[in-house]
Design a protein around this ligand. Sequence first.
Ligand SMILES: [Zn+2]
Ligand SMILES: [Zn+2]
Length: 332
Amino acid sequence: MSEKMNVVAIVDERKAEMREVTRPKPLKGQVLIKIDGCALCTFEQRMFTRVVPVPLPFVGGHEFTGTIVELGEGVKEDKFPLGQRVAARMLHSCGHCYGCRHDEPNICTDSSHVDMSQMDIMGMGGLAEYINADISQVYFMPNDMPVEKACFAEPLACVLNSIEKGRIEIGDDVVVIGGGIMGQLHVMCAKLRGARVIMSEPDEARREIAAKLGADVCINPLEGDPIEMIKELTGGNGAAVVFNTTAVSAVAQQEHPDKPIEVSPNWLHNSEAVITGAVSPSVRSFRQSVDALSKGLIDPELLVSGSWDKTEAQKAFEAAIDPATFRCIIRF
Ligand SMILES: [Zn+2]
Ligand SMILES: [Zn+2]
């Protein structure tokens, strides 16, 4: 095998291209994965548009699938067969902080996304031909699953972590705010949990997708007061669970992201409402995601907006930042 490999790097504002770098070698307890495809998440899109100004060049990519091609020291082939299709959770948690010691390594305060010791170009490294992963982070997927679908293991795992926090019960009314990729995945998962799902989204095309994915009711929040609309739909009760999947703090105000939101202490006291966030896939939700995809319980096909060869990375990135697309995938 060649000592070099190709990666897709963001090299300038709105410019991505292939670069040649050193191919990593699997270290002790790791497998080397030949990446087949990697999706461009909002994270990579923000690097591309320089909304998040990381040092360049930068190799993003954490939503990937590939096959095991080499084993590091101590890894047994009967457990990790060469050629096995996998996805990997690329969060390295410290193992000893408060979150880690409370079985929540996804909120580790000392986590880095990836070991960069063997990297010529910084980044999470999934937009590459090869990547190393610790065996504890590797999840098997069916070998015949289409690459585009298998790339959903990571984003679906993030959503399932959020779904778990929502504690949906059968028959609940669940509101999903925002029909982007995360909102659409929430619709499918909430349906699977037995909810009546209400999608709130101003864009008609996105509402149509949500309906196809199982949303029972789709409302346009710009056509009135969304809170009143939800109350009317739920006999005055309001929703049992609301997932806000948008980056906008006070959605109705449509202002700058990360602006603090106002919450009435009295309302919180009397309603016993629980407000929480959800970040990254947990170990558990990643497993759930891989199971749901592998067993066909969640089919993300409608959310695949296209795939491009690594030589056409620029086109893939341009498509990914178009608000009309969901997931754009680069094939390696
Ligand atoms: Zn992502
Ligand atoms: Zn930690």
